[in-house]
Ligand binder design. Structure first.
Ligand code: TMP
Length: 217
């Protein structure tokens, strides 16, 4: 298990938000900027980021795990996260890399916790086990009305069928949005809400300014 506090490490930045909020694009833009600033960057995503976790991703997004209910999903996202932290993120941070991750613990809180009803006590217990105290230095919450985000996601997807999460009802997407905003209110030192309805370049500027001010890359 990684003991991050013991050594000088890289920095850990995560992006969160609903479907079509532009997380992946913004994570990519930030990774490029950090690289240009001379940092070594490890770009990754959840669920996924290691071979084992990518296999779990398949099972989760196809809806195979959903047949066993939200507890099973919370456990499987956590199994994937534990592997990702242990075998990828932790090592990258210890070697001084800046880790940029598309989704992380807050997605489990928002989707399996606040929206699917897995009790907070269980989510907390899973976090203790999977994270070993590791939290992002900054979490960007890309906030967008669900109708707008879902329209963008549909455009991007084209003829492919929506995954298990995209095909949820609008009301559930609204709950996810509220859950992310609540997390940001609870943890203002870690979380920054960004208006993701703005044009991509403006979102990227907002993100970069926060990174410059808080982490001086
Ligand atoms: P993506 O669309 O950002 O690739 O994420 C895949 C889906 O997985 C997304 O709809 C949200 C969902 N998800 C959870 O429900 N819980 C989690 O912990 C994570 C990481 C993702």
């Amino acid at each position: 298990m990684m003991q991050r506090a013991a050594v000088e490490t890289g920095r850990f930045i995560t992006f969160e938000g609903g479907e079509g909020s532009g997380k992946s694009t913004q994570a990519g833009i930030l990774a490029n900027r950090l690289t240009r600033a001379g940092r070594q960057v490890f770009s990754t995503r959840e669920p996924g980021g290691t071979p084992a976790a990518e296999e779990i991703r398949e099972a989760l997004l196809s809806g195979k795990v959903w047949q066993y209910g939200p507890f099973a999903e919370a456990l499987m996202f956590s199994v994937a996260r534990a592997d990702h932290v242990e075998n990828a993120i932790g090592q990258a941070l210890l070697s001084g890399k800046w880790v940029v991750c598309d989704r992380f613990l807050d997605s489990t809180r928002a989707y399996q916790g606040a929206t699917a009803g897995v009790p907070r006590a269980l989510i907390n217990a899973l976090e203790r086990i999977t994270l070993s105290g590791l939290l992002p230095d900054i979490t960007f919450i890309l906030d967008i009305p669900p109708e707008e985000g879902l329209a963008r996601a549909a455009e991007r997807r084209g003829v492919q069928v929506p995954d298990r999460f995209e095909s949820q009802e609008l009301m559930l997407h609204e709950r996810v949005r509220r859950a992310f905003l609540d997390i940001a209110e609870e943890e203002p030192d870690r979380c920054v809400v960004i208006d993701a309805s703005q044009p991509e370049a403006m979102v990227a500027e907002d993100v970069w300014e926060v990174v410059l001010n808080r982490l001086s890359p």
